[in-house]
Design a protein around this ligand. Structure first.
Ligand SMILES: [Zn+2]
Length: 280
């Protein structure tokens, strides 16, 4: 778990250790519990918080501290260790209200940058151009061919419906996967060879919130949405995952190595903030 990438760039992240004393008191208890039941034990509840709205509170046996996340299209979520009382977590959210509200505003602005696909929309992936054809007698359908994503639609209402937009996004993601298969494996290979790093296997996935991750056996997972990023940021994410082969955390040594490999880790991390895995 600790090896998986947490690119703090794509969602605003807050992390605070609550009630250290309580934590130690229950630590031993939790270890015994986990040894018996070596899987993630979860329960959750949704609570309305005044001036914020619905907040999802998730108790997880894997959680070590109370953590608030605000993500586009997902809202506010609080993950917490099983031993923390809900009432304490509610109080914690009350204390962080200002931060949550400003994060929600930023997220809403971001959600509005999501493209609504209409016949006049100009959109292309790296190697595929989106095209619309009005076919009144036919159902809405999508076809991905060499260099194009063709959307046939009977009416504009159907095209703009949730289902219609979903079909278009699926077609775009199909094209992104095709591009990722062609582009990413040779690039990962090149960079790994250049820096003398050995990974096990490479998997390409349509991940919800991560650009990539590196497993404990050095398998590298990359998000197909990386294809929407410029080359130097694709390289930056690949190098981030390759660095995890040497450092299994995000400690100072990890960042120093990544800085050496990428040339300007801090700048690239900042640039990554302009992109979201699910917003395009
Ligand atoms: Zn990482």
């Amino acid at each position: 778990m600790y090896r998986s990438i947490v690119l703090y760039n794509y969602f605003i992240y807050y992390h605070v250790v609550l009630q250290k004393k309580l934590k130690y008191k229950y630590k031993l208890y939790c270890h015994i519990f986990k040894a018996i039941c070596n899987r993630n034990f979860m329960s959750s509840k949704v609570q309305y918080i005044n001036t914020i709205g619905d907040v999802e509170f998730v108790k997880s046996s894997r959680s070590r501290s109370v953590r608030i996340t605000v993500k586009p299209n997902e809202g506010v979520k609080v993950t917490m260790p099983t031993y923390v009382l809900y009432s304490n977590a509610f109080r914690f959210v009350e204390e962080k209200k200002d931060w949550i509200r400003s994060s929600l505003e930023k997220m809403k602005a971001l959600e509005q940058t999501t493209t609504v696909f209409k016949p006049e929309t100009n959109f292309a992936t790296r190697f595929h151009k989106l095209e619309f054809i009005h076919k009144p007698e036919q159902k809405l359908s999508a076809k991905v061919g060499k260099g194009f994503i063709q959307i046939s639609f009977p009416t504009e209402d159907i095209l703009l419906s949730v289902e219609g937009q979903d079909i278009i996004k699926k077609a775009i993601e199909f094209a992104l996967r095709k591009e990722a298969k062609e582009f990413l494996p040779p690039r990962v290979n090149e960079l790994a060879t250049k820096f003398n790093l050995t990974y096990s296997q490479l998997f390409l996935k349509n991940l919800k919130s991560r650009w990539g991750s590196c497993s404990h056996v050095d398998n590298i997972n990359l998000n197909i949405h990386l294809m929407r990023l410029p080359n130097h940021l694709i390289d930056y994410v690949i190098l981030h995952e390759l660095t995890h082969i040497v450092h299994k955390n995000h400690g100072p040594k990890f960042w120093q190595t990544l800085e050496n490999l990428s040339g300007n880790a801090r700048l690239f991390a900042k640039e990554m903030k302009m992109y979201r895995t699910r917003v395009y």
